[in-house]
Design a protein around this ligand. Structure first.
Ligand SMILES: *[C@@H]1O[C@H](CO)[C@@H](O)[C@H](O)[C@H]1NC(C)=O
Ligand SMILES: *[C@@H]1O[C@H](CO)[C@@H](O)[C@H](O)[C@H]1NC(C)=O
Ligand SMILES: CC(=O)N[C@H]1CO[C@H](CO)[C@@H](O)[C@@H]1O
Length: 326
C-alpha cells in the first residue's frame, strides 16, 4: 500500500493541510523524537568508542552503508548473517567488506536497544553511523533523515549487477547511480569517499601488469605512482595486502582525492575515469579547487543515497538484532 501523510504548510499566513506521499519515502529527521529522543547521541558515542579501537571503523562503516543502499535499498539487508552462507554479505562483491563496519552497527544497536528497545531500525542506525564516521574524520555534518524499516530479504543472488566494480567506465558508473536516482554530480561526490580506506591489490593490478598498452601499464596512471603501486603490489602478491586509496591523506576526510585524480593518482579505473572523461572532469576540478563545494555536494549526495529504495510505514520491520531476522 502506498503511504500518505498529512503535512501542514504555512502559505501566505494561512495554514494549509496537504496530503503528500504516494510511494515517496516518508523519512524525517524527527522520526524518533518521542520514541527514542537520544538516538543520535547514543549512536555517536558507540561510533566514537569503536573508532578509538580502530581507524578501520571509518572507511568500513561508510562503505557498508553504500553497499547496503545499492542492494535492496537502505534496509540493513547487508547486516544479515545466514547460516547457509547465502545472505547479501556473502556475495563475492562483499568479500572485502571489513568486519569493523558490521561491528560498529551491531554495537550501536545494542546501545540503542538498551535505551529504547524495539524502536530504532538497523537501517537508520547504519545511516547515522555513516554520517558520524564522515564527521569524525573531518568531513561535513548533515542531518540524517530517519524512519527506514529493516528489510526481510537478504540474498547474495540480489547483489550481482547492483554494485559498481572498480573497472567501470563513466557510462556504466552513471548508469548504476542513475538506477538509484543519483546524478553524475552525486556519483562524483560519493566517489570522494575514496579519500579514506584501503583496497586490495587485485582490484587494480590489471592497470599495472596487463593493460592493453605497449608498456602493459595504464597510461592514465602517474608513472611515479605506478612504480610505487608495483612495489606495494608485486605480480603475485598476497591477496590480503591492502593499500591506501588516498596516497596523500588516507585518514582524513578531505578533497585530496580529487587533487590526486588531476595528477593521475586515482587508484581504480573507476576513479581515474572521472578525470580522463571530459564530461566529469569539470566537476572533479571544482571539487579539487573548492573543499567547501565538495563537502556540500557530498552531504547532499549522502542524504539522497539514504533515500534509496527505503521501506517505511508498515513495510519491513525493526530487527531486535541486526544480523538476524526477528
Ligand atoms: C576516545 O579516546 C579519547 C582519547 O583516548 C578519550 O578522551 C575519549 O573519551 C574516548 N571516547 C570514547 C567514546 O570512548
Ligand atoms: C527513484 O525515484 C522514483 C520517483 O520518486 C521512485 O519511485 C523510485 O523508487 C526511486 N528509486 C530508488 C531506487 O529509490
Ligand atoms: C564481512 C563479511 O561478512 N564478509 C563475507 C563476504 O562473503 C564471504 C563469502 O562469499 C564471507 O566469507 C565473508 O565473511
Amino acid at each position: 500500500m502506498k503511504e500518505m501523510e498529512l503535512r501542514t504548510f504555512l502559505l501566505a499566513g494561512v495554514t494549509v493541510l496537504v496530503l503528500v506521499g504516494g510511494g515517496e519515502a516518508q523519512l524525517r529527521r524527527s522520526f524518533y523524537q518521542n520514541s527514542c529522543p537520544n538516538v543520535e547521541w547514543i549512536v555517536r558515542q558507540a561510533v566514537m568508542r569503536k573508532i578509538n579501537q580502530t581507524f578501520v571503523t571509518i572507511p568500513a562503516t561508510l562503505r557498508l552503508f553504500f553497499h547496503d543502499c545499492f542492494v535492496e535499498g537502505c534496509d540493513a539487508s547487508i547486516m544479515i548473517s545466514s547460516p547457509r552462507g547465502d545472505a547479501e554479505k556473502d556475495a563475492t562483491e562483499n568479500l572485502s567488506l571489513a568486519g569493523d563496519g558490521f561491528d560498529t552497527v551491531n554495537k550501536a544497536k545494542q546501545a540503542v536497544e538498551a535505551a529504547c528497545p524495539g524502536v530504532v531500525s538497523c537501517a537508520d542506525i547504519l545511516a547515522l553511523a555513516a554520517r558520524d564516521v564522515v564527521l569524525l574524520s573531518g568531513g561535513p555534518w548533515f542531518n540524517v533523515e530517519l524512519g527506514r524499516r529493516d528489510g526481510r530479504i537478504s540474498s547474495k543472488f540480489r547483489v550481482p549487477g547492483n554494485l559498481p566494480p572498480a573497472n567501470f567506465n563513466l557510462n556504466l558508473l552513471n548508469w548504476i547511480f542513475m538506477k538509484n536516482n543519483l546524478t553524475m554530480t552525486d556519483m562524483i561526490a560519493l566517489s570522494g569517499a575514496h579519500t579514506l580506506g584501503f583496497s586490495h591489490c587485485n582490484q587494480f593490478s590489471n592497470r599495472l601488469y596487463s593493460f592493453n598498452s605497449p608498456s602493459r601499464v595504464d597510461p592514465s596512471l602517474n608513472p611515479a605512482y605506478a612504480r610505487q603501486l608495483m612495489q606495494a603490489c608485486p605480480r603475485n602478491v598476497d591477496p590480503r595486502i591492502a593499500i591506501n586509496m588516498d596516497p596523500t591523506t588516507p585518514t582524513k576526510f578531505d578533497n585530496e582525492y580529487f587533487k590526486n585524480l588531476a595528477s593521475g593518482k586515482g587508484l581504480f579505473t573507476s576513479d581515474q575515469v572521472l578525470f580522463t572523461s571530459s564530461l566529469s572532469r569539470p566537476t572533479v576540478n571544482t571539487f579539487a579547487n573548492n573543499p567547501w563545494s565538495f563537502a556540500q555536494a557530498f552531504a547532499n549526495a549522502m542524504v539522497k543515497l539514504g533515500r534509496t529504495g527505503v521501506k517505511t510505514g508498515n513495510q519491513g520491520g525493526v530487527r531486535r538484532v541486526c544480523s538476524v531476522f526477528n
